[in-house]
Design a protein around this ligand. Sequence first.
Ligand code: 5RP
Length: 217
Amino acid sequence: MNQNELKKAVAQEAVKYVKPNSVLGVGTGSTVNCFIDALAPIKDQIKAAVSSSEATTARLKDLGIKVISLNDVDHLDIYIDGADEINENMEMIKGGGGALTREKIVASVSKQFICIVDESKVVKELGRFPLPIEVIPMAKESIFRKLKDLGFEPVHRDFTTDNGNCIIDVKGMNITNAREWEEKINNWVGVVTVGIFANRKADVLLIGTENGVKTVK
Ligand code: 5RP
Protein backbone atom coordinates (compact mmCIF):
# COMPACT_ATOMS: atom_id res chain seq x y z
CA MET A 1 0.00 0.00 0.00
CA ASN A 2 1.28 3.47 -0.76
CA GLN A 3 0.93 6.41 1.64
CA ASN A 4 -2.26 7.64 0.00
CA GLU A 5 -3.88 4.22 0.34
CA LEU A 6 -2.94 4.16 4.03
CA LYS A 7 -4.53 7.60 4.46
CA LYS A 8 -7.71 6.38 2.76
CA ALA A 9 -7.87 3.29 4.96
CA VAL A 10 -7.50 5.28 8.16
CA ALA A 11 -10.04 7.84 6.96
CA GLN A 12 -12.55 5.07 6.32
CA GLU A 13 -12.03 3.77 9.86
CA ALA A 14 -12.61 7.26 11.30
CA VAL A 15 -16.05 7.44 9.67
CA LYS A 16 -17.18 4.75 12.15
CA TYR A 17 -16.82 7.32 14.96
CA VAL A 18 -19.36 9.70 13.40
CA LYS A 19 -22.72 9.43 15.14
CA PRO A 20 -25.96 10.17 13.22
CA ASN A 21 -27.30 13.72 13.57
CA SER A 22 -24.10 15.01 15.16
CA VAL A 23 -21.98 18.12 14.66
CA LEU A 24 -18.35 17.20 14.07
CA GLY A 25 -15.12 19.11 14.19
CA VAL A 26 -12.99 18.65 11.10
CA GLY A 27 -9.25 19.31 10.79
CA THR A 28 -7.12 20.15 7.78
CA GLY A 29 -4.75 18.33 5.44
CA SER A 30 -4.52 15.52 2.93
CA THR A 31 -5.54 12.81 5.43
CA VAL A 32 -8.55 14.86 6.48
CA ASN A 33 -9.41 15.34 2.80
CA CYS A 34 -9.60 11.54 2.53
CA PHE A 35 -11.87 11.57 5.61
CA ILE A 36 -14.18 14.17 4.05
CA ASP A 37 -14.37 12.11 0.86
CA ALA A 38 -15.22 9.05 2.96
CA LEU A 39 -18.15 10.93 4.54
CA ALA A 40 -19.99 11.00 1.19
CA PRO A 41 -22.21 7.94 1.81
CA ILE A 42 -23.36 9.26 5.22
CA LYS A 43 -23.39 12.99 4.50
CA ASP A 44 -27.17 13.25 4.95
CA GLN A 45 -26.81 11.92 8.50
CA ILE A 46 -24.43 14.74 9.49
CA LYS A 47 -26.16 17.71 11.08
CA ALA A 48 -23.23 20.10 10.48
CA ALA A 49 -19.48 20.51 10.80
CA VAL A 50 -17.18 23.05 12.42
CA SER A 51 -14.18 23.53 10.18
CA SER A 52 -10.55 24.35 11.03
CA SER A 53 -9.66 26.09 7.74
CA GLU A 54 -10.99 27.75 4.63
CA ALA A 55 -9.75 24.77 2.59
CA THR A 56 -11.68 22.28 4.71
CA THR A 57 -14.77 24.49 4.65
CA ALA A 58 -14.73 24.54 0.85
CA ARG A 59 -14.36 20.77 0.66
CA LEU A 60 -17.15 20.12 3.16
CA LYS A 61 -19.48 22.50 1.34
CA ASP A 62 -18.66 20.91 -2.02
CA LEU A 63 -19.91 17.65 -0.55
CA GLY A 64 -23.09 19.33 0.67
CA ILE A 65 -22.22 19.30 4.39
CA LYS A 66 -23.36 22.39 6.28
CA VAL A 67 -20.53 24.30 7.96
CA ILE A 68 -21.35 26.31 11.08
CA SER A 69 -19.38 28.66 13.30
CA LEU A 70 -17.77 27.33 16.45
CA ASN A 71 -19.63 30.13 18.23
CA ASP A 72 -22.92 28.40 17.43
CA VAL A 73 -22.11 25.32 19.54
CA ASP A 74 -20.98 24.93 23.13
CA HIS A 75 -19.03 21.74 22.54
CA LEU A 76 -18.32 19.07 19.94
CA ASP A 77 -18.43 15.34 20.54
CA ILE A 78 -15.59 14.54 18.19
CA TYR A 79 -12.79 16.31 16.38
CA ILE A 80 -11.04 14.45 13.58
CA ASP A 81 -7.67 15.62 12.34
CA GLY A 82 -4.30 14.46 11.07
CA ALA A 83 -0.84 15.24 12.45
CA ASP A 84 2.68 15.79 11.20
CA GLU A 85 4.10 13.73 14.07
CA ILE A 86 2.59 11.90 17.03
CA ASN A 87 4.41 10.18 19.88
CA GLU A 88 3.42 7.34 22.21
CA ASN A 89 1.92 9.85 24.71
CA MET A 90 -0.48 11.02 21.94
CA GLU A 91 1.29 14.40 21.82
CA MET A 92 1.57 15.89 18.36
CA ILE A 93 3.25 18.35 16.08
CA LYS A 94 0.68 19.95 13.80
CA GLY A 95 0.55 22.89 11.44
CA GLY A 96 2.28 21.54 8.35
CA GLY A 97 -0.76 22.82 6.47
CA GLY A 98 -0.72 26.11 8.39
CA ALA A 99 -4.08 25.65 10.11
CA LEU A 100 -2.72 25.05 13.62
CA THR A 101 -4.50 27.89 15.43
CA ARG A 102 -8.01 27.05 14.29
CA GLU A 103 -7.22 23.35 14.73
CA LYS A 104 -6.20 23.95 18.34
CA ILE A 105 -9.31 26.03 19.00
CA VAL A 106 -11.70 23.42 17.59
CA ALA A 107 -9.84 20.61 19.38
CA SER A 108 -10.09 22.52 22.68
CA VAL A 109 -13.90 22.31 22.75
CA SER A 110 -14.13 18.71 21.53
CA LYS A 111 -14.78 15.84 23.91
CA GLN A 112 -12.78 13.39 21.83
CA PHE A 113 -9.82 14.13 19.54
CA ILE A 114 -9.44 11.36 16.98
CA CYS A 115 -6.08 11.60 15.24
CA ILE A 116 -5.76 9.89 11.86
CA VAL A 117 -2.31 9.21 10.44
CA ASP A 118 -0.36 6.83 8.27
CA GLU A 119 2.42 4.98 10.06
CA SER A 120 5.15 7.40 8.85
CA LYS A 121 3.83 10.00 11.35
CA VAL A 122 4.40 7.92 14.47
CA VAL A 123 7.68 8.89 16.18
CA LYS A 124 9.57 8.20 19.40
CA GLU A 125 10.47 11.85 19.89
CA LEU A 126 8.82 14.95 18.45
CA GLY A 127 10.91 17.42 16.48
CA ARG A 128 12.22 15.81 13.33
CA PHE A 129 9.34 17.54 11.51
CA PRO A 130 10.02 21.32 11.65
CA LEU A 131 7.83 22.83 14.36
CA PRO A 132 5.35 25.39 12.93
CA ILE A 133 4.69 28.54 14.95
CA GLU A 134 1.99 31.03 13.89
CA VAL A 135 3.11 34.59 14.68
CA ILE A 136 1.66 38.08 14.32
CA PRO A 137 3.40 39.62 11.24
CA MET A 138 4.85 42.48 13.31
CA ALA A 139 6.66 39.99 15.57
CA LYS A 140 8.04 37.62 12.95
CA GLU A 141 11.65 38.88 13.19
CA SER A 142 11.71 39.17 16.98
CA ILE A 143 10.43 35.60 17.36
CA PHE A 144 12.85 34.44 14.66
CA ARG A 145 15.79 35.96 16.59
CA LYS A 146 14.61 34.40 19.87
CA LEU A 147 14.57 30.96 18.25
CA LYS A 148 18.06 31.47 16.79
CA ASP A 149 19.39 32.59 20.18
CA LEU A 150 18.13 29.31 21.62
CA GLY A 151 20.21 27.43 19.03
CA PHE A 152 17.37 26.33 16.75
CA GLU A 153 17.05 26.80 12.98
CA PRO A 154 13.98 28.91 12.24
CA VAL A 155 12.78 29.37 8.65
CA HIS A 156 10.14 31.85 7.49
CA ARG A 157 7.41 30.06 5.53
CA ASP A 158 6.19 31.85 2.40
CA PHE A 159 2.56 31.57 3.49
CA THR A 160 -0.21 33.61 5.08
CA THR A 161 -2.57 31.81 7.43
CA ASP A 162 -6.36 32.04 7.30
CA ASN A 163 -5.97 34.46 10.21
CA GLY A 164 -3.64 36.77 8.23
CA ASN A 165 -0.52 35.76 10.16
CA CYS A 166 2.93 34.32 9.37
CA ILE A 167 4.41 30.89 10.03
CA ILE A 168 7.93 30.15 11.23
CA ASP A 169 9.06 26.51 10.88
CA VAL A 170 11.68 25.50 13.44
CA LYS A 171 14.25 22.84 12.66
CA GLY A 172 16.65 21.25 15.09
CA MET A 173 14.37 20.75 18.09
CA ASN A 174 14.26 17.53 20.10
CA ILE A 175 11.05 17.97 22.02
CA THR A 176 11.32 15.70 25.04
CA ASN A 177 9.01 17.75 27.25
CA ALA A 178 6.20 18.71 24.89
CA ARG A 179 3.89 20.26 27.50
CA GLU A 180 6.62 22.56 28.80
CA TRP A 181 7.67 23.66 25.33
CA GLU A 182 4.07 24.28 24.32
CA GLU A 183 3.47 26.53 27.33
CA LYS A 184 6.82 28.29 27.03
CA ILE A 185 6.56 29.21 23.33
CA ASN A 186 2.88 30.12 23.62
CA ASN A 187 3.86 32.70 26.23
CA TRP A 188 6.21 34.61 23.94
CA VAL A 189 4.75 37.96 22.96
CA GLY A 190 3.75 37.85 19.29
CA VAL A 191 3.20 34.10 19.13
CA VAL A 192 -0.37 33.19 18.25
CA THR A 193 -0.04 29.42 18.49
CA VAL A 194 2.76 26.88 18.60
CA GLY A 195 2.16 23.64 16.71
CA ILE A 196 2.80 21.42 19.75
CA PHE A 197 -0.46 19.75 20.77
CA ALA A 198 0.40 18.32 24.19
CA ASN A 199 -1.97 20.00 26.63
CA ARG A 200 -4.88 18.95 24.44
CA LYS A 201 -3.48 15.78 22.94
CA ALA A 202 -5.25 13.04 20.97
CA ASP A 203 -7.63 10.65 22.76
CA VAL A 204 -7.83 8.06 20.00
CA LEU A 205 -5.14 7.38 17.43
CA LEU A 206 -5.92 5.54 14.21
CA ILE A 207 -2.78 4.46 12.36
CA GLY A 208 -2.86 3.23 8.79
CA THR A 209 -0.31 0.42 8.52
CA GLU A 210 0.56 -2.24 5.96
CA ASN A 211 -1.25 -4.72 8.20
CA GLY A 212 -4.45 -2.73 8.54
CA VAL A 213 -5.63 0.13 10.72
CA LYS A 214 -4.32 0.03 14.29
CA THR A 215 -6.33 1.76 17.05
CA VAL A 216 -4.58 3.22 20.11
CA LYS A 217 -6.60 4.66 23.02
C1 5RP B 1 -2.52 21.12 9.11
C2 5RP B 1 -2.15 19.98 9.97
C3 5RP B 1 -2.27 18.61 9.39
O1 5RP B 1 -3.03 17.84 10.26
C4 5RP B 1 -0.93 18.00 9.24
O2 5RP B 1 -0.12 18.89 8.50
C5 5RP B 1 -1.01 16.65 8.54
O3 5RP B 1 -1.37 16.83 7.21
P1 5RP B 1 -1.43 15.64 6.18
O4 5RP B 1 -2.62 14.82 6.55
O5 5RP B 1 -1.58 16.33 4.84
O6 5RP B 1 -0.14 14.89 6.26
O7 5RP B 1 -1.75 20.11 11.10
O8 5RP B 1 -2.28 22.35 9.73
